[in-house]
Write a protein of this length. Sequence first.
Lengths: 381, 622
Amino acid sequence: MTTTLLAIACILMITVVIIQIGKVTDLANRLKGEEEAQNASNQRSGIALMAFMFAFLIFCVASALYYKNWMLGYGPHMSASEHGGRLDSMFNVTLFFTGIVFVITHIALFYFGYKYSGKTGRKVLYIPHDNRLEIVWTVVPAVVMTFLVISGLDAWNEVMADVGTDEEVMEIEATGYQFAWHLRYPGPDGKLGARDFRLINAVNPLGQDWTDAKNQDDLHPSELVLPVGKPVRVRITARDVLHNFDLPHFRVKMDAVPGMPTHFVFTPIRTTEEYRRELSKYKEYQAPSDPANPASDPLWKTFNYELACAELCGSGHYSMRRVVRIVSEEEYNTWLAEQPSYYRASIRNTDEDPFKGQALPGDPPPPPPPPAPIDTTGVNQ
Amino acid sequence: MATAAKQTTAPVQHDEDLLIQEYGYDDHFHEHHEGDKYQSNFISTYIFSQDHKMIARQFLITGIFWAIIGGLMSLVFRLQLGFPEESLAWLKPFLGKWITVNAETGMGTLAPEFYYALVTMHGTIIVFFVLTAGLSGTFSNLLIPLQVGARDMASPFLNMLSYWFFFLAGAVMFFSLFLSTGPFAGGWTAYPPLSALPQASSGSAGGMTLWLLSLTFFVISVLLGGINYITTVLNLRTKGMNMWRLPLTIWAFFVTAILALLSFPVLVSGFFLLIFDRTLGTSFFLNEIFVGGQALDHVGGSPILFQHLFWFLGHPEVYIIILPAMGIVSEVLSVSARKPIFGYKAMVFSILAIGFLSFIVWAHHMFMSGVNPFISNFFVVFTLIIAVPSAVKVFNWITTIYGGNMRYTSAALFAVGFVSMFISGGLTGIFLGNSAIDIQMHDTYFVVAHFHIVMGVAAFFGMFAGVYHWYPKMFGRFMNETMGKIHFWGTLIGAYAIFWPMHYLGMAGVPRRYYRFDNFDTFSHFSAMNQFITIAAILVFACQLVFVINFFRSIWVGKKLTEKNPYGANTLEWTTPIEVPHGNWPGKIPAVHRWAYDYGKGGQDHISQIVPLAEGEGDSGH
C-alpha cells in the first residue's frame, strides 16, 4: 500500500516537475525574445541530433559485437544443415549492403540536420529538384536490389525444391497438435502409411489406417533423430490448427496446415556431438548450464538441437519442444532398430486392430517374448 | 494586385485577406449557411458534428485513448517477458481472474491465454484504431478540406457516420475485454482454424465474434471516410488547385484512401466467410480437423485462403498506415527547413508506385505458410522493387534538409526521427522480403523489430509530427515545446532501445508470440536483454504520458496562436482565420496560383499558394 502511494506520489511529482520545466523555459524564451530563443533551440537540437548519431552508430556496432555469437554463420550460430550456410551468407551479404546504406543515410541525415540548424538570416538553397541526382539514386538501389533478388531467388528455388521422383530420400513425418509435435518414421518399408483424420482417437493419435500394410511398421519415436549427411524430407501436417515446424539451427521452417501436408527437404551436416565440440571453443558456453549450481555441466555439453513451433497455435504455443539429435549413420541404424513399430507395440490384437485374431506376415513366431513396455506415445513430453 | 504580384516585399499578414478577396472564388456559401444550422447546439457542435475539423479532433482524441490502452497492454505482456519470475499479484485488482495468485506463495502469474489475448488486442488496437483511424482519420479529415480549399468534406454526413462507426467498433472491442471467455487471443492476423474454433482457444468463442463485429464496423468507418476523402480531393479542389499543386500530405491521404477503399472490402469478405464457418457450418477455411477430442465435419476448405484474403488487405494496410505519415513528414520537413521539398514529382510518383505495388506483394507474409514456393518468386520481385521508391523518398527527405535552415520545433524533430526510423525499419524489410532469408527470419523477433520500427514507431513519429505541427490549427494554441522535446528524445532513444536488440533475438531464431522462453535451451539465453527491453518500454510509455499531459493541458493553457500563419507556411490552411469557422473561410474561398513549396524562392522566405505568379515566373512544381 505504502509503495503504491509512494509510486503515485513520485509520478505526480515528476509530472509537476516536467510541467514546470516546460513553463519556465517558455517564460525564459519570452524574456529572451522568440527569435533568439528559437535560434538557440535550433542549435541545441542540431548538436543533440549529431550526438545521437554518434551514440546510435556506436550502440549498433557495440550491440552487434556483444551479440556476435548470434550472428548467422558465425561459429556458435553456424548452420547445421547444408542449405543453411547459403542462407546465412545471403543474410550477411544483405547485411553488408544495407549496413552501408544505413550508415551513409544516417550520417547524411543527422549531419545535415546539425549543419543546417536554423539561424536567422541564413540563406537557403532553392533547389526543387535535380533530375541527374534523382536518376542516380533510383538506379543504384534498383541495381543492388536486382542483385539481391537474383541471388535470393536462386537460393530459394534450390532450397525449396521437392525431391525428384528418381531420388532416394528418407521421409519422416511431423504432426503438430495442441500442444506438441508427434513424429512418425516409416519403418523398414521406407513408406509412411495412409491416414484419415476421422480415425484419430486416444490410441491412434495420427488417424492411421491399420488396414494399410505400410502403417504396420511405422514408428512413433519421442525424439527427432536423423543421420548426418543424408537428405531427409519432412512431411509436415497438423491435426487441429496451424503450427510451424521450426528447426532454428537448421534454418528450416514450414507451416503445418490441417488438411494440407507441406514438406521441407534438408540435409543435416553436423552431428549433435560435433556442434557441442564447436560450442566448447567459446567461453560463453563454459558457464554452468544451471546458474544455481556451479558444478553442473557446462552449457556446451548440455546443448541440444530443438524443434519448436513458430506459428501461433493457442495458449501452449511456447511449449511445443522436441529434442532433435543428429547422429552418425551407425548410431542412427542402431537407434532405429531399437524402435518398436507403433502398431505392434500398441495396437496389435487390441480392439483397434482390424486384424485382431488373424495372422499377419510380420507376426513374431510363437511363443512370442512379451514386448518390453516402452512408452512410445510420447504425446505429453 | 500589382504589389502582390511583384513580390519585391515579403507578403504581410493582411495581404492574404486581400488576395483572397481579389482572386478568391465566391461560392455563396455563407448566404446559404448563415446562422450555421449545423452547429447550433452542444450536441451538433461537439458530438454529432458534421464539421470536418471537429471530426478530426474526435478521431485524434479517440485514437489517443486507444493508444494508451494498447500501450498499457504491451507493458503487461512485456512484464511477463522481461520478468517471468516476478509476481504480478499487484495487477490482480485491474486484471482480475487473468492473474492467478498462488495461495501459498502469493505469487501472481499471468495466464498464458490472457498473454495471447493482450498480444492480440495490442496489435489490433494499434494497427486499426490508432494508426489507421487515429492517424489517417485525424489528418485526412483536418487537412484535406483545408489544404485543397474546400468548405468541408464532400459529404459531411457520411463523414460523421464514419467517426461514429469507428466509435462503435471501439465500443464493441472494449466490451470484448470483459467477456468471461476473454477477448480474442489468436493474433491480430486471426488465422483460422485457431480463430474459428472455440475448442482450440477460449478467446475464439464470444471474443472472436465481437472482434469480427468490431472490425466490420471499423471497415464501414474506413470506407465512408475513404470515399469522402477521394471525392473531396477530386471534386472540391479550389480554383487553380490542379493535382500538381496539391501538397504531398494530400497526395498521401488521397492514395491512402484509394488503397483502403480497394483493400478493406476484401478483408470483410474474408471475415464474412469466417463468420459463415463459425456459425453456419461452412468449410471455407476448415479442413480435416480433429480438436477437442473429436473429428469435425468440415472438409475441403483451406486455411491458406484466409491468409490470402487477410494479407490482400494486410499489406496495403501497412501503407495505409505509413503513407499519411510520409505525407505529414514531407510537409513538416519542408516548412521547417524553409526549403521546397526536394523532388516533388518524384515524391508523388513514389507514393503512387508504393500504392500500386502494395497490392501485389501480399504473399510475402506467406512464404512459409505452405503456398507453392514457385508463387513466391513473383512476390519476392515485387516486394524488393518497393525498396526503390522508398529509397527515393528517403534521399529526397535528406536532400530537403540539405542547404536548409532547420527550425527545430518538436514537429521537425519528430519528422527527422521518422526518417531515421523509416531507414532502419525499411532496410530490415530487404532481409524479410527475400524469401530465402525469410526461412530463418519468418515469425521471429526480427519481424517484430522490423514492423514495429517501420510501421509502428515511424508511423507514430509521423503522427506526433502532425499533432505538434497542426495543433494550433486544431485548438488555437501551441503545445509546450520543452515538453515536446522531452517527449521526442525519450521516445527516439527509447524506441531504438526497445526494438533494436530484438534483431539479435530474431537472428538467434527466437519465435515471436512466446509466453515464456525457458522451455527451450536455444531461446533462453536472453533474459538480460528481455529485462532491458521491458524497462525501456516502461520508460517510453512514461514519455508518452508527457505527450498526453502536454496535449490536454495545452487545450486550455497552451500559448495562444496570435497570427494566422505562425510557421510561414504556404499551404491554404494557414490562410484561414485563427479560429476557423464552419466553412473554413469567412468570405470567398482562396484561389491557388502556384505549388505548395515556394520556400526561399527568389530570396523570399515563403510565397503562399494564393500569391499569383509574377510575370514570367514559372511554377516550380511543373
